[in-house]
Design a protein around this ligand. Structure first.
Ligand SMILES: [Zn+2]
Length: 428
């Protein structure tokens, strides 16, 4: 089972019992994910399927798929988020299943038999199926279930049509995450700066009511509470058996005995020995859990199960984000004047370092006063370093020059006067 453990600092993504990766307070994986363009996925998958399946005839062409056929799709997914490192095969397999069914629906082939169905699906998905894979059978069941009767309601037809994009789930979640970040958290989003986070969330929920399936926006949002997920609470990471029931039983045993005495206790009355014992038991338990943070465990069946709680957590924390002026990806900031992120790129440079020196270079180009001053200052610093002038003299000049520069900035000295001063300055 794949699941994520959410803590105050972020989450750990766990496959069986191995931690695969962690998402931290910087949310770098999330922001990288949001910045990527995945719009090519449907066409790539379409071309992939067409290699072996006649678009109208549904005849197999006898094409033998090789690893390279899926390389571009895999590259996009693997570059998107570490989640896909473990799940790329599964995600593509399911996207092929969705696409196959939607093609059958469009062609009106809603009554094909099992052998026909599995034969063709295996023909297009062989590269991503394991030996003895149950998925083709499951998919056929889904197909049968979906077309068991002609859709009695128009909305059902509409619903299925809207799902007919290939990689529907990948595109849907990518769009949702980007919208959530923008509408609710991005402090540079225009028109929204006077709203509180809660107001922005409300606004977002009303603009996109369709997302209410993923979380209930109008209620006070505690992510897991509104998830269509199996959710488990536990206070011990190593619990082998079903932790939800065990935990519920444990809590029941601890807290139910206190109930009859609550009113007495709250009104400050004297407790009976039984009441005292029950209360002490609960207090003892509370002390034992103090050092173990309570964490939430969510089963992860698709990427949205991982990223939506992450964004909701950010919303609850009122995390401030904006886009980096240099790489155009989101980053978390605390100083509202920050323009660049702290991302370290492959060349070892950080946007923050490169970006501010780049913008200084830009400023130099457009500011003749600063350029002129800098040229002279450089020359004097060289002289000071090589001993041609006394370093103390240079320091002295530097202080005066900065004052002169301020005079120019405030309009009390003209550029020409400043330039003349710079040219004529002599060291004694
Ligand atoms: Zn950046």
């Amino acid at each position: 089972m794949k699941y994520a453990v959410f803590t105050e600092d972020g989450y750990d993504y766990i496959d069986s019992s191995y931690k695969v990766f962690s998402g931290g307070k910087e949310h770098t994986y999330l922001f990288d994910y949001a910045s990527k363009d995945i719009s090519a996925l449907p066409d790539l998958l379409d071309a992939f399927v067409n290699k072996n399946l006649g678009k109208k005839t549904f005849d197999l062409k006898g094409y033998k798929y090789a690893k390279e056929d899926g390389a571009q799709i895999e590259e996009i997914l693997l570059g998107l988020h570490p989640y896909y490192v473990e799940n790329v095969q599964e995600v593509i397999k399911r996207a092929l299943g969705e696409m196959f069914i939607s093609r059958l629906e469009i062609a009106g082939k809603t009554r094909e038999n099992k052998t026909w169905f599995i034969n063709r699906f295996t023909g297009i998905a062989s590269l991503y199926l394991n030996c003895g894979d149950e998925y083709p059978l499951q998919l056929h069941e889904e197909y049968r279930h979906k077309f068991r009767a002609d859709h009695p309601n128009d909305w059902e037809v509409l619903y299925f049509r809207s799902c007919s994009r290939a990689f529907n789930s990948e595109l849907y979640e990518h769009e949702l995450i980007n919208r959530l970040l923008y509408w609710v958290l991005d402090t540079s989003a225009p028109y929204l700066s006077n709203l509180t986070i809660a107001q922005r969330m409300w606004l977002f929920g009303n603009i996109y009511p369709g997302y209410s399936y993923d979380f209930n926006i109008e209620a006070n949002f505690t992510p897991a509470q509104y998830y269509h997920l199996d959710r488990e609470y536990c206070d011990d990471k190593d619990e082998e058996t079903n932790p939800m029931y065990e935990h519920a039983n444990k809590m029941h045993d601890i807290f139910i005995p206190i109930h009859p005495y609550l009113e007495l206790y709250e009104s400050g009355g004297d407790l009976t020995p039984e009441a005292e014992a029950a209360l002490n038991k609960a207090i003892l338990h509370a002390q034992s859990v103090r050092d173990k943070p309570i964490y939430e465990k969510h089963e992860i069946k698709k990427i949205g199960h991982l990223l939506i709680p992450e964004v909701l957590q950010m919303i609850r924390n009122e995390t401030k984000i904006k886009k980096c002026t240099r790489c155009n990806r989101y980053f978390v900031y605390s100083n509202k004047n920050s323009k660049f992120c702290e991302r370290v790129w492959e060349d070892g440079n950080r946007c923050k370092d490169v970006g501010s020196s780049e913008s200084f270079q830009d400023k130099l180009k457009s500011d003749p006063v600063l350029r002129c001053y800098r040229n002279v200052a450089r020359r004097f610093r060289r002289w000071s370093n090589s001993g041609k002038i006394d370093p103390a003299q240079y320091e002295n000049w530097y202080a005066i020059a900065n004052k002169e520069l301020e005079l120019v900035r405030s309009g009390k000295l003209s550029f020409k006067e400043f330039k003349d001063w710079l040219d004529k300055y002599k060291f004694e």
